[in-house]
Design a protein around this ligand. Structure first.
Ligand code: ATP
Ligand code: MG
Length: 214
């Protein structure tokens, strides 16, 4: 396609990217929450949106099926970022990657004693690197969602998950015991598109950069 394809996921990333798109003069003609369409036209006939699963956005951009995309740093770290130019922290969808344990579990003591911790998470790479850097031995258990359930059922001692307000942890009698990283969403750009479509892409990237809160 000669025009520009932008990969976005439904929900918070779509909602929080809308003002940035508006700053670049781009308005979606449909709302992906109510439409079943996966390709959404915009007010510009040379720009379209593709609605992808959050974890799939880097893949679409890496292979050039989308020219640019918006993706959480968490997803980007797990993906590895191969073939992606990452020019901008958009400072949207902000949250924190944390280690959490059941209220009352003595995490410091378990770590001090060199216990082998069972850790459930969707973020295997992030968790592996975090605990390796601390010299803590862990058995990682891959989950795809509802990590909070793991310690409550005995599947794991701890979880590595995203936390924003902490209310989900609280509702499940968990407490955050360690901060791993601050997370926000990044703009990702296909490296070939950056060269081949520079004329069309540059004004969009510039508008995004100007619209990001400093
Ligand atoms: P799904 O919820 O459909 O399984 P997902 O969790 O990958 O998919 P979202 O919940 O839309 O998708 O999250 C997209 C991105 O938003 C995440 O990759 C992360 O960067 C960020 N995010 C996740 N949870 C929060 C939160 N509670 N507050 C702020 N940002 C968050
Ligand atoms: Mg989610």
């Amino acid at each position: 396609m000669d025009g520009i394809t932008i990969a976005l996921s439904k929900g918070r990333i779509f909602e929080e990217t809308l003002p940035l798109l508006a700053a670049a003069g781009i308005e979606p003609l449909e709302n992906p929450e109510s439409s079943r369409k996966l390709i959404i036209a915009t007010n510009r006939d040379d720009v379209r949106l593709v609605i992808v699963r959050a974890t799939d956005a880097p893949t679409y951009v890496q292979y050039g099926a989308a020219d640019i995309g918006v993706v959480g740093k968490d997803v980007l770290i797990e993906h590895g970022g191969d073939g992606l130019y990452q020019p901008l922290d958009l400072k949207i969808a902000r949250c924190r990657m944390m280690v959490a344990v059941p209220d009352g579990f003595d995490y410091e003591k378990a770590v001090r004693q060199g216990a082998r911790l069972k850790v459930a998470t969707k973020y295997i790479s992030i968790a592996r690197e975090h605990f390796a850097a601390k010299g803590v031995h862990v058995d990682l258990i891959k989950l795809y969602g509802s990590m909070e359930l793991a310690p409550l059922t005995g599947l794991a001692d701890a979880i590595v998950d995203l936390v924003s307000t902490g209310s989900t942890l609280k509702a499940n009698h968990l407490v955050a015991v360690e901060h791993i990283a601050d997370i926000s969403s990044r703009l990702i750009v296909n490296q070939a598109a950056l060269k081949l479509k520079r004329e069309r892409l540059a004004p969009i990237l510039d508008a995004f950069a100007k619209a990001v809160p400093q």
